[in-house]
Design a protein around this ligand. Sequence first.
Ligand code: BGC
Length: 743
Amino acid sequence: MTIQAQVDDLLARMTPAEKAGQLTQYFYFRLPAGAQPVLDFDADEQPRMVESKLQQGEVGSLLFVTDPAEINRLQRLAVQGNRFGIPLLFGFDVIHGLRTIFPVPIAMAASWDPAVIERAQAVAGREARAAGIHWTFAPMVDIARDPRWGRIIEGAGEDPYLGAAVASAQVRGFQGGEVGTPDRVIAGPKHFAGYGYALGGRDYDEVNLSDSELWNVVFPPFQAAIAAGAGNIMTGYMDLNGIPATGNRWLFTEVLRETWGFEGFVVSDANAVRNLLTHGFAADLTEAGARGVNAGVDMEMVISDAAYATLPAALDAGHIDIQTIDASVRRVLEAKFRLGLMDHPYVDEDRAREVLADPAHREVSRIAAERSAVLLRNDGNLLPLDAGALTSVAVVGPLADSRRDTIGPWVFDFDLTETITVLEGIRGAVGGDVRVDYAPGVTVVQREFPSLFDMFGGNTPSDPDGFDEAAEFRRAVDLSREADVAVMVVGEWQNMIGEMASRSSLELPGRQLELLQAIVATGTPVVLLVMNGRPLDLRWAADNVPAILDIWYPGTQGGAAVANLVFGHVSPGGKLPFTWPRSVGQIPMIYGHTRSHEPENQARRYWDEASTPLFPFGHGLSYGRFDYRDLAVEPTTSIVSGTVTVSVEVTNTSDREADEVVQLYLHQRSGTASRPVRELKGFQRITLAAGETRTIAFPVGPDERRYWNAAARDWVTDSSIFDLWVGTDSTASLTTTLQVGQE
Ligand code: BGC
């Protein structure tokens, strides 16, 4: 029997209550002690409620269980409690690794290396699937242009072209080609759509987005993820243009299914269907449930009091019809069949242990961290350090030796004992002859308003016992003064970035800047390592510190990767996936703005500070040196439907192997809408040996030139002269033109 026929057979026999159960996904977690006060449900009662529903066949999926034995126990309850033996889907936020933790998503995007991103998420998928997890709530493909928003760390930054490339690499990695690929999990791109544009960067606040921005900027990564085969999509919490995203039929039915042909299933964000009530978009729970399913949201993710449990009542009341419910149940059941769960609902606990311990996974994590780092500044080629020429190194800053911070937020199943901090990495790399002293120097900083995530074990940072900040500050400065070089790690503690971690400032928290200034004043050369998921205010450092390397939250192998970069075993090759503003007042700042009025004054739009970024989009230095030459377009003219080839010669003029990301930008000079001054339309990360030259080619055709025109309310491909630039970042100066005429 085909999957289709088996699903039909089940549907014909299921009651409305059983169908509603398949559309309901419950959280199942044992909360840490002390969690209760900030949650509005009974944490002891909730798991009991879920188990009893499992025994009555009224649950389709669970999330937040990662222990294989526990997964098997709960699966057994479901299979035995269900008249048809339909197993559960287990979902989890495998965002940047399960046991092996990779650099945070914004860091992986900074690699501009789809191959390494795919490899990393394939490892994450393999670990998750081995543990019994079938589905990840990732990748987050929300475009983020406001770094006050903490979830900028979970995405690929500001650009739709890079965002689309990263989104599809992640889906390929997590899921393989299709749902059901062995050793992979269903990928669930999120949050459809516009969540990154929260008003004021305040997480969960409303979003108001123009038609042009939605189609040209926000949608492309989703569309790419769907084209890569993503089996699931998650909704967003917030209102989009006045309609809650989770109840937005236009998004989930008209755009997602009817326009893009999405065939997978949609899940709500946590409690977001219930919260249609909170939004004032439904008068009661029954209406909320009906509105969710009618909008095209197949499954409700919820803690308790599921709106979808009221679907039988909504059916009786005529708020929804059975065909609509059946269509949603069909999508969920199809996923279970495709995964092979109907025949094999249980996971092999011994194999899980083996897979999670696979050393090859750690190796992929180290490589990903090396390829993610971005060299922001390297005055006088201070980096790489020559370990053989050093006698002493001072390592400074509390983040330099914090395992929990090294792996970043949105991880729960990590193993801290195998996490390598920057201090450990440097100690391991220099050998016994070089003295490495460490001083945290400043106290850890606490959030003014803690979040839910702070309740999980180890997520709230703390100082070592008896920490005396004044003495530690002096000790850090003294050690730096006496050392050959000071390596200082600054940034945000991992609980300061991520969900519920929006911020009104970009400054280095606490006294980190003050300590940096005191260390620079000693005259010892300073290498600054930045641990972050958003751009921070580095104005002082950019003027006064010779070497700045953005290491992000680099993951399990972070310290080893950082040491390889600092001592030059590998050259940094990452590039910024966002425009790095000078200060919070410049937000939002993007490279792809339109010319608008008086473009000659673009750099002086404010009277008090240059309205240019501190570091441009695409920026990232190397230990190598690259020369760009012979930019050519072949042929030099085209018709609207035609494709030309843009090529350039890149030479590594240095005496060492290094990576470069060759970037192509395009600008339409005139047409039926104002178009951005530059748009990324191609990139390639390449490795060139010392002295090597390579010709890099990019196609420029209708796909690169077309855009959504808000006046025409349609896709448009204008004839125009196009400016093209190829180079090392979004300010590239090597330029040529392409003339595109009518057919
Ligand atoms: C987040 C989602 C996440 C879900 C489940 C929500 O709060 O917005 O991105 O997948 O929780 O953990």
